[in-house]
Design a protein around this ligand. Structure first.
Ligand code: CA
Length: 229
């Protein structure tokens, strides 16, 4: 699984990265709110400092929640004031750790959060699956395109599984939000579009003219395993 850390104290960020990597996670860090917003969707969990240069962690969290009600975020902050704590939770932080914190506590919270990430497990399909230009390895959670291997997030993996289990049928955003993200019906979110855009870059030979993950006007998406569109 992939974790993004947004923290401008470089020593702290490096220490957290090192310790999460020891847990077998793929970890990257950024030092600004802008970078966190641009990159978080490619990760399974965001560890978010509140006191960041530019847009602060509260604003980052608010903007993430506009698009995605459930993306896992653990907030780190030096502000222990009760009103900040309440503001953070009201904006939808999953968890809240006040600095200074113990490394042990931090690791427990991250592990707990990643365990909770609910996702579509589907048919229990295993092993490598070729879709268009990409080879997904569903056991190792990797995708290879043109010889370059990278990790997929839990949610990307879940979306691929769901498409594979429901080929050649129009799937609405509601279907995807309910089945892949576990949202209740009627939740308006553009989250699937973001994920589909990224999957198309992996799968489609020409992402501007998709043949495998096709848009169906007024409905959503249709997955075509053999690319007939
Ligand atoms: Ca800071």
């Amino acid at each position: 699984m992939r974790v993004l850390i947004a923290e401008d104290e470089i020593n702290l960020a490096q220490g957290l990265c090192f310790n999460l990597e020891q847990e077998g996670l793929e970890v990257h860090s950024v030092i600004s709110g802008e970078e966190a917003l641009a990159q978080y969707a490619a990760y399974d969990l965001l560890v978010l400092d509140i006191g960041l240069p530019g847009i602060d962690g509260f604003e980052v969290l608010r903007r993430i929640r506009e698009h995605d009600e459930r993306f896992p975020v653990i907030v780190l902050t030096a502000r222990a004031a009760e009103d900040d704590r309440v503001a953070g939770l009201a904006l939808g932080a999953d968890d809240y750790i006040t600095k200074p914190f113990s490394l042990k506590e931090f690791l427990l919270r991250v592990r707990g959060k990643l365990r909770q990430v609910g996702w579509y497990t589907g048919s229990g399909r295993h092993g490598p699956v070729k879709v268009g230009a990409a080879l997904f390895d569903l056991d190792r959670q990797t995708v290879t395109r043109e010889g370059r291997e990278e990790r997929t997030t839990v949610r990307e993996q879940a979306l691929v599984q769901y498409f594979l289990d429901h080929p050649n049928q129009a799937l609405s955003r509601d279907d995807l939000l309910r089945e892949v993200w576990g949202y209740t019906a009627g939740t308006a979110s553009r989250t699937p579009d973001t994920f589909v855009a990224r999957l198309r870059k992996l799968v489609e030979v020409d992402p501007a003219n998709p043949r495998h993950i096709v848009s169906v006007r007024g409905k959503g998406y249709l997955f075509s395993p053999d690319g007939t569109g």
